[in-house]
Structures are given as C-alpha cells and as structure tokens.
Ligand binder design. Structure first.
Ligand SMILES: [Zn+2]
Ligand SMILES: [Zn+2]
Length: 788
C-alpha cells in the first residue's frame, strides 16, 4: 500500500450517533454545494454528514448527494459537488436549525485546478455551475461503478496493553514488529502473518482499542480494456533536428502557449512523447488531448509502450468512448490516486483529476470535435489553455492545418510558433496533389460514351494504377447513405421526401452492397420509414438523387471489380463501436482491405505506409454550408486526407475532384501551402469583422410553435442590445440553417464582440438580471465552430 492509498483510508463512522438523531443545531462548518439541477448563479448551503464534520475542509471538490425540496425529512436526493466550506457567512441569515445535512459524500473529488476550470467554463460558456461540474465527472464515477470496499486493521496507537491473555499478548508483540508502512492489513493476512490459530486475539485487540478497523476502497473492472494493445517497448528514437528544437526548446517552467505547425507525417507524436518524458522526469504529470476518432489503438499503444515500463500498467490512462463504466471509473480512480501520471483522451480527458500537471498537449488542435455540442458547450482547446494557465504549465497545440484562431495568436506573439516543415525520414515526402474539374471530367466521360457517376476518368485511372501496383487507396466522400434525396422525377410536381419532425430531406440507406432494398432515415432525429415507391402528390415512380458513401461502395464494386471484403466503409453508419474501428484498422494493416472509403472520419490519424492514393470524390461538400468557416473547413479536410498518402517509402498521389478548381482553399491545399491560405482567409475575415478578429456567440431559441420561438428570439435580441449597447454586432433573429428539428422550430441570433472579455461580460450581465442560460428552450454557443 502506497502513501496515496493510505490517505484514502478513513475510519468507520460512529454509527451509535445516527444521522438523524436529536442533535444540537449545527454551528458550522457549512458547505456550499452546486447542485446538478440548480438555478444559474445559485449554490445551496448544507451541513456535512455527521461523520465527516471534522474533515469539512477536505470535502471541497467532492461529489455529494444532497436533500432538495420537501418530501419527508430528507427531501429528494439530488447530486451535486461541494464547492466551498465556511462558517455562518454561508447562511446569509438562514436559520442554522433548518440547515440540512448532506446525505452522502463520495470518494470522487475534483482537484482544485479542475474546480477552478469548471468555474471558468460556467462563466465563459454561459452554463450553470452545477450543470458544468456535473458534466466534468463521468457518470461511472458519480455512480461509483465497480467500487469495492473491504475492512482492514491497523494499530490505533492508543489503548492499554495491561493484563492481556498470553495469546493476545503474543499477537500484540508480533504486531509491533510489523513495519509502519505495511499497514493496514486485512484480518486474514494478519492471522497468517502472525501464525495465529484464529482471529480471536485480533478481535480482542479491536475491542480493547489497540487495533482499529479501517475501510479500504478500490475500483475493479470486470474486463481489461481490449484496445490496449500489448506492444513491446522499443528504444526511444533519436529525434530529428526539427523535433529536438521543440523538445528542448519548450520551457516547462510556468504557463506558456506553443503552436506546433508540422506537416502531416512530420513526427509530432514523437515530440509529445519526448516532452512528456521531460515532464515525468521532473516528477510532474501530463495530459494529451486527441480528437475521439483519432484515438486509435495505434496511437494510444505508443503512449502505453513508452511509459508503462516506468510508470506501471496503470500509469497511463487511455480514456475513450469504448470503455465500459467499470473501466472508466477504474482509470479515473488511478488518475485520482496519482497512480496514472499520463492521461490520453478526447476533450473530456481535460477534466481528469490529475494534480501536479506539468504539460498539456492538444493534438490536431484545429479539429471541430473539440467543441462539445451540448451544454456546457466548451471548446476543448481553449479550455486546455485555461487549465494550463491555472496549473502554471505549458500547453502545446499541434496541427498540420492550425485553426485561424491559433495561427493569429502565434502571429501576435501570444504563443510561440514551432515549425516542422518536412516529413520524418523514411517517408517519400508530401504527396503530389492533382485538382480535377468535375465539369471537365463529365465532358470527357460523355465523349467516351460513358455515364459518369462519382468517379471521373482521372480518379478512376489513378485508382486502377494504384491497385495494380499493389498499393492501397483511401476515398473520401463526406456524405453518408446511398442517396441524399428521394424525389419525384417531375420537375413541375417538385415533391421531395422530408422528415415529419425536421426541415431536412430523408436520406436513403440501402441494405448490403449492390442492393436496392433499404429504408430512409433522418440524419437529425434518426426517424426511419419505408421508402415511398411512388410520389404521393402525382403518383409517378420516385427517383433517388445525390450520392453518398454507399453509392460509392457500389460503384467501386461495379467498375473496379472489388469484392466486398476488399473494401471497408467508414462512416457514422458502420462505426458504431470502438471495436468496429479497430477491426477495419487491422484489416488495412494486414493488407486485406485495398480501398478504404468513408466520410471525414478517415481524414484523421490514419498512418499506413502502403496508402499510395487518396481520392477526394467531392471537395465541395463543406462549401454548401452557409457558414463563414466553410473555406477553412474545406482546406483542412482536403489537406488532412491528402496527408494519409505516401507515408511509407513509396510516393503518394492525391486526386481532388471539384466543381470549383479555382477556389483559393482548394488551390492552397493542392500545393500544401497553409500559410498562403491562412493569409488570404484572414484578410477576408478581417474585412468582415469575423473571428478570429472578433468573438462570436450563436444563440438559438426553440419551440414547437414557430411564432413562440421567434418571439423568444426577439426578446433575447432586445436583452442583447441593452446589455452590449454599441459593443457588439447582433445579426438576426432569423431562422436557423436547420429551421426545424425534433418537432421544434429554431430561430437564431449571432453576436459578434471585439474580444472575449466584452462577450463574456455582456452575457454575464444578461444572465444576472434575466437568468438567460442554456436550457430546454434556448441554446447558447460561445465561440461556435459552426452556425447550426
Ligand atoms: Zn428528423
Ligand atoms: Zn410528383
């Protein structure tokens, strides 16, 4: 048992007092509790449970169960987090006789740094504190899944040893020979260690107060995380010159921000690993954030292989969505006890209860999945910077296509810019990118007397060459399903199938390759129905328009003669579990998959040397969205997926099909010129007063009746105008891009303020006076990654 485990040992409560016996009114200490369901800005005051009153100071940050409202003596048990301890000042004149005791206090504790981060998130992202803190604790931890307790013994250091029977006296002498750091011990271990016939001498020592009983807790998971691959640790590679500059150059003393701008395949992960080695050597710990989908066993095994030999099997906590509740709690527990000192995971890993944090890394910092899409709508990258500031440590953001926010911060000197312009040795260098005009491709097909579906002649022949040469290929099409629209062929009729609950077309999904059987599904509310065979308005036979990944799969089977087992489709329909993803990755690695096709999921993290061709089937998918980030998104998507090609020693090739070959974002991606793209796009943003030159908030009012949603949006617009005066530009109210979903109409407002402080202060003013926060009828999204 180590020091941290011993710290968790606590004495048994004295049950003779009872929790609800007649007692004197509590004179304090009192606890400020943020309940999960509390109103914005309000904390409630409770007394600690009787058995933990004397350790009230140690309760701050602990999850708890509090009585709320009427309902008998106790009130309804409600979850919360203890955020402060104090005396009568917490009562604000409230009768101390009426202060209720907490029902229970959990072992789960948010360290001070995480609690402070929670306060900042609540304030900046306009979400009540109780709800924010609730989101920072995994459900498995709150429910204590897998928590086991056992009773053990330790010497009390008190009691009298006079007149003991011989057997008991002998046992006590044996106990005094046991070194202090061996305690506490379970009864049966002590019996065998002292070579006793039975436990009765020990029981007598407990009765006499010479031994005391303590409760030990542990968290057990029924199975191990299967994605943790057993990898033989190899020697630490010698860093290249460009890697070494960063590994040695980042100061580990105090808060600082760093942007690592490194092309795909330049070896950023090795930089993270060796920086972490420095951090661990100094006795501190580290957090590495990655987008969920990039959290492959391939990546996490590198961290486990590098650090488990020194830190132990539980020394690296890998958090991902595939963990069972028991595994998640066990990992959290290992971090909480200080057993795990490296945490790798998606955005929520930022809330890991690590203490003594020495480095935070945000890999693929541009990824939009760092933004949480429900309250609290925090941005994992920005929250990481905040936590680093709280912890007083460096934060390193890494990307081949930095977000314009991070790029501008580097230009302004708010962060240190590090460059890795070349790929790691052993790779063939950046792939050659060819942009082909879809209109031209269609013309060529027509002249040949062929009908072009998704693959134009250029991409098709590139694919044929790659496969014939034994290479593998990746095909990106950012649209799921088979056909986007079920429609009437008669343009005069104009009927298309839309969801009953949403203002969106239903997408046709077919069963099995080359099958025309299937059903239609709404991608927003997931409603499904049988595909109508004929138009309900005029009776003509319906047609399928707009092609998705399933159609591409069929086309590859038909035109390239690929067997179903030689292709894998990776999209939101096929990748339901972490195991699905892993199985595809291992089949790419062993070469049985020749073509991987899918949505933007395939653009991140894949690192396979034999992928020699990347085809972007339609680069224009991100451009249709009415959003000022669409150029940035297109550039990132094309660059990132192109980066999957040619990572081995054979040169890679990328073919991009587009209707807009002259678009700056596509042109710049084709020549791997991020800086040119960033410079052009920043000019556009600056002229339009858009982020990163301003800070934005997107506010949506929702209601089953359009008029009520609209009225609420106008009311909010009035509050915004009053609170910001001339300090912000307010656009709307106007129907949201997705005007109706889940049977609710949505009316939105965009707010643009000169900086983060102005935006936060204005929203805080409205919250304090009018209670405007994210709830069932309003969503507030500060620094949105899209207008949704
Ligand atoms: Zn729907
Ligand atoms: Zn019709």
């Amino acid at each position: 048992m180590d020091a941290d485990e011993r710290r968790r040992v606590r004495t048994l409560p004295d049950v003779s007092k009872g929790l609800f016996s007649e007692e004197a009114p509590p004179a304090g200490p009192f606890l400020a509790v943020a309940l999960e369901r509390s109103i914005d800005g309000k904390t409630l005051t409770y007394a600690p449970p009787a058995e933990s009153a004397e350790v009230a100071n140690a309760l701050v940050g602990r999850a708890c169960m509090a009585p709320l409202g009427r309902g008998g003596k106790g009130g309804a048990p409600t979850r919360g987090v203890i955020i402060g301890v104090g005396g009568a000042e917490l009562l604000e004149g409230f009768d101390p006789h009426k202060v209720r005791r907490l029902l229970a206090v959990s072992d789960a504790k948010l360290p001070d740094g995480v609690l402070e981060l929670g306060r900042w998130i609540s304030e900046y992202y306009a979400c009540p504190l109780g709800m924010t803190l609730a989101a920072m604790l995994p459900a498995a931890v709150k429910k204590a899944v897998g928590r086991k307790t056992r009773t053990a013994l330790k010497p009390s250091g008190a009691g009298t040893d006079a007149k003991l029977p011989p057997a008991t006296k002998k046992a006590l002498e044996g106990i005094r020979d046991i070194p202090a750091d061996a305690w506490p011990l379970e009864e049966r271990d002590l019996v065998s260690r002292l070579e006793l016939k039975n436990a009765s001498p020990l029981r007598r020592l407990v009765t006499l107060g010479l031994l005391e009983e303590v409760i030990l807790t542990d968290v057990v998971a029924r199975t191990e995380d299967a994605t943790r691959l057993a990898v033989e640790p190899g020697p630490t590679p010698t860093p290249t010159a460009q890697q070494r500059a960063i590994i040695e150059g980042v100061s580990l003393d105090g808060f600082s921000t760093h942007l690592l701008f490194g092309v795909t395949g330049s070896g950023k992960t090795e930089v993270y690993l060796q920086l972490l080695e420095r951090v661990l050597a100094s006795g501190k710990s580290g957090i590495v954030l990655v987008p969920e989908i990039a959290l492959t066993p391939q990546l996490s095994s590198r961290f486990v292989a590098r650090f488990a030999p020194t830190l132990g099997e539980r020394g690296v906590a890998v958090l991902h969505s595939g963990l069972s509740a028991g595994q998640r709690h066990r990992a959290w527990d290992a971090v909480s006890r200080g057993l795990a000192r490296v945490v790798v995971g998606p955005r929520s890993a930022l809330f890991a209860p690590l203490t003594n944090v020495g480095l935070i890394v945000v890999d693929e910092e541009h990824a939009s999945d760092y933004k949480q899409d429900q309250a609290p709508r925090y941005h994992g990258r920005d929250a990481a910077i905040k936590r680093a500031q709280i912890e007083g440590c460096p934060v390193l953001l890494g990307s081949a296509t930095p977000s314009l926010e991070s790029w501008r911060n580097a230009q302004l000197g708010r962060s240190t810019l590090w460059r890795m312009p070349t790929r790691a040795p052993g790779s063939a260098g950046l792939p050659m990118v060819e942009v082909v005009d879809l209109a031209q491709e269609r013309k060529v097909s027509r002249e040949r007397g062929e009908r072009m579906e998704l693959l134009g002649p250029t991409l098709e022949s590139a694919l044929r060459d790659t496969l014939n040469a034994g290479g593998q290929a990746v095909m990106l099409l950012n649209r799921r399903g088979f056909a986007r629209v079920v429609a009437c062929p008669d343009a005069m009729c104009g009927w298309t199938l839309t969801c009953d609950s949403c203002s969106a077309a239903m997408v046709f999904h077919r069963k099995g390759v080359l099958s025309r059987k299937g059903l239609v599904r709404c991608h927003h509310c997931l409603a499904e129905q049988v595909t109508p065979k004929s138009c309900p308005a005029c009776g003509k036979k319906t047609i399928l328009l707009g092609r998705g990944t399933q159609r591409l799969e069929d086309e590859l089977a038909e035109r390239m003669g690929l067997d179903e087992s030689e292709m894998a489709r990776m999209d939101g329909d096929t990748m339901n579990r972490a195991a699905d993803y892993q199985s595809v990755l291992s089949r790419i690695a062993d070469g049985s998959i020749r073509v991987l096709l899918g949505t933007q999921m395939i653009a991140k993290g894949l690192d396979f040397p034999n992928i020699r061709l990347v085809g972007v089937v339609d680069a224009d998918t991100a451009l249709g969205i009415a959003d000022w980030r669409c150029q940035e998104r297109t550039f990132q998507l094309v660059s990132q997926v192109a980066g999957r090609a040619g990572r081995g020693d054979k040169p890679g090739r990328v073919t991009v099909q587009t209707l807009s070959p002259d678009l700056p974002s596509i042109q710049a991606a084709a020549i791997h010129d991020y800086e040119r793209f960033a410079a052009d796009e920043l000019e556009v943003r600056k002229a339009a007063h858009l982020p990163p030159f301003t800070r934005a908030a997107w506010i949506v009012a929702r209601d089953r009746q359009y008029s009520r949603a609209e009225a609420r949006a106008f009311e909010i617009a009035g509050l915004l105008t009053e609170a910001f005066r001339d300090n912000a530009r307010i656009e709307g109210p106007a129907p949201a891009p997705l005007e109706r979903t889940h049977d609710e109409y949505r009316v939105g407002l965009e707010v643009y303020a000169a900086n983060a402080a102005i935006l936060r202060d204005g929203l805080l003013k409205i919250r304090a006076r009018h209670g405007l926060v994210s709830d069932a009828s309003v969503a507030i999204d500060v620094d949105p990654v899209s207008i949704w």
